[in-house]
Design a protein around this ligand. Structure first.
Ligand SMILES: [Zn+2]
Length: 413
C-alpha cells in the first residue's frame, strides 16, 4: 500500500498533451491532422520518443512506427500501456493522444515515487490506429495480424499505397513482421481513452471500464434503376434508386427493435447518387451500411435482415441490387481481470464508475488477442469526437490518468 498516494502530475501531463498537439494543428478548422505516416505524424512520434529518452526511458521505434519507452527491468516480460498518436482528418485534441500522454505521465510519476515495478512497464504510442489504410496497423503488427500480402496491397481512400506512405516516412514495409511481440514478453496491455460517446456524461460517472468492444460489419450496397426526367416521369412509372435507399434506411429502427440489442448500431453514412442532379431521378445509389454490436450472432442476424430489406426495396422500386461485404471485425471481450484491477483502483480513488461496452474500435481489442487487455474511458463533453469540438474537462482527464496509474500499480507490484 505504500504507493497508494502516488498521483499524476497534472501540469506535466498538460505539457505533454500540448507538446503532442503542436503537431498537425490547423488554425483554419481548429482540428488536428496527424494522418498515419504523414510528416506531422512522424514528427510527433519522434518528438514523443525524444521526450521519453530525455526522461531516461529506454526508447525504440518498431518497423511500423510504434514508439516504445521502457521503464523498470531491462529484461523479462512487460506490461504495455498507451494509445495512438495518429488522428483522423481534423480530429480532436484528446483521441489517442490522451492515452499515450497519460501512460508516459503514469510511468514518470512511478519513477519519481521510486517505485520498482515487478516487471517492466513499456509506454507505447501506437501507429495507424485510425484506419487510414483500413486496419489498425500498429497493434495488428504487434499481434501478428498484419500479413505482408495485405501490407503490400493496402491503399488509403486517395489510392496511396501503404508501403509507399511507409517508405516516405522512413519505414520499410518488408520488416513489418519484425514488429510482432511474443505472448511470453507481454503480460498485459492497458489503454486510457476518451469515451467518444455521451454515456458517462449522461450518467454523471467519472470513469468507464470497458468490458467488450463491438464488432463492425461493413457492407456496400448498390441499387440501380433508371435516371429519368423528374417532370415527365409519373410517380408510379419510376425506377428510383434513391427511393429504394430511403426505404432501406427507414426500416432500420424497426429492424433493431426486432432483432437487435441496446448495443446495436446501423449507420448509412456514405451515399453516392448518380447523376446527383436536382431535376433527374436517381439512376444509381451506392451506399455504405455499417452494423455494430457486441454479439456476433446479433451482427449476423442484422446483416441478413438488411440484405432482405435491400431485396424487398429493390423489388418494390424496380431496381437491381448488389451487396458487397467490405469488411468484418468480430466483437471482442476484454480481460475480466484487468477490468477488476481498474475497478479496485477506481474504488480506492473514490471515483464514480460504470462498466460498459465500447461502441468504437480501439487498439485494446487487437491487443486482447495477444495478452489480457483493458480499456478505461473518461467522459467526452456532449459525446463528440473525431471533430475539433472534441473536449474533456481537465478534472476528468486527471481522474482518468490516476485510474490508469493505479491500475498499472496493481498489474506490476
Ligand atoms: Zn482513438
Amino acid at each position: 500500500m505504500k504507493h497508494a498516494t502516488v498521483s499524476v502530475d497534472g501540469t506535466r501531463l498538460k505539457s505533454l498533451l500540448d507538446g503532442v498537439n503542436q503537431f498537425g494543428f490547423s488554425p483554419e478548422t481548429g482540428g488536428y491532422n496527424r494522418l498515419a505516416f504523414s510528416e506531422s505524424d512522424m514528427a510527433c512520434r519522434n518528438w514523443f520518443m525524444e521526450k521519453m529518452q530525455a526522461e531516461g526511458l529506454d526508447v525504440r521505434m518498431d518497423p511500423v512506427g510504434n514508439v516504445f519507452g521502457r521503464f523498470g527491468p531491462a529484461d523479462g516480460p512487460c506490461v504495455i500501456v498507451g494509445s495512438h498518436l495518429d488522428t483522423v482528418a481534423d480530429g480532436g485534441a484528446f483521441d489517442g493522444s490522451l492515452g499515450a500522454c497519460a501512460a508516459l505521465e503514469a510511468a514518470l510519476a512511478l519513477r519519481d515515487a521510486n517505485y520498482a515495478p515487478s516487471c517492466a512497464i513499456e509506454v507505447v504510442a501506437t501507429s495507424e490506429e485510425e484506419g487510414r489504410f483500413g486496419g489498425m496497423l500498429g497493434s495488428q503488427a504487434m499481434t501478428g495480424q498484419a500479413s505482408l500480402d495485405w501490407v503490400n496491397s493496402a491503399r488509403d481512400s486517395d489510392g496511396v499505397l501503404l508501403k509507399e506512405a511507409m517508405r516516405v516516412a522512413g519505414l520499410d514495409w518488408a520488416r513489418v513482421p519484425e514488429a510482432r511481440r511474443s505472448p511470453q514478453d507481454v503480460k498485459a496491455f492497458l489503454e486510457l481513452h476518451i469515451e467518444q460517446g455521451p454515456v458517462l456524461e449522461r450518467a454523471g460517472c467519472a470513469i468507464g471500464i470497458a468490458e467488450e468492444v463491438s464488432g463492425v460489419c461493413y457492407l456496400e450496397v448498390q441499387l440501380s434503376g433508371v435516371a429519368n426526367h423528374s417532370g415527365t416521369t409519373p410517380m408510379d412509372l419510376r425506377c428510383d434508386a434513391f427511393a429504394g435507399l430511403t426505404d432501406i434506411s427507414a426500416s432500420i429502427p424497426e429492424l433493431i427493435a426486432k432483432l437487435g440489442t441496446e448495443q446495436s448500431r446501423i449507420t448509412i453514412g456514405k451515399v453516392d447518387l448518380v447523376p446527383n442532379h436536382p431535376h433527374t431521378i436517381a439512376g444509381r445509389a451506392t451506399f455504405s451500411i455499417i452494423i455494430r454490436d457486441t454479439s456476433r450472432d446479433v451482427m449476423c442476424a442484422l446483416r441478413d435482415a438488411m440484405q432482405r430489406r435491400a431485396e424487398d426495396a429493390a423489388e418494390r422500386h424496380g431496381l437491381t441490387f448488389t451487396l458487397t461485404p467490405k469488411s468484418w471485425l468480430d466483437p471482442q471481450k476484454l480481460a475480466l481481470e484487468l477490468a477488476e484491477a481498474t475497478e479496485h483502483a477506481v474504488k480506492e480513488l473514490g471515483l464514480t464508475y460504470q462498466r460498459m461496452p465500447s461502441g468504437a474500435g480501439h487498439d485494446a481489442q487487437t491487443m486482447q488477442t495477444l495478452c489480457p487487455s483493458g480499456l478505461i474511458f473518461i467522459p467526452s463533453q456532449r459525446g463528440i469526437s473525431h471533430s475539433p469540438e472534441e473536449y474533456s474537462v481537465w478534472s476528468d482527464i486527471e481522474n482518468g490518468a490516476n485510474a490508469l496509474l493505479h491500475t498499472l500499480i496493481k498489474l506490476t507490484s
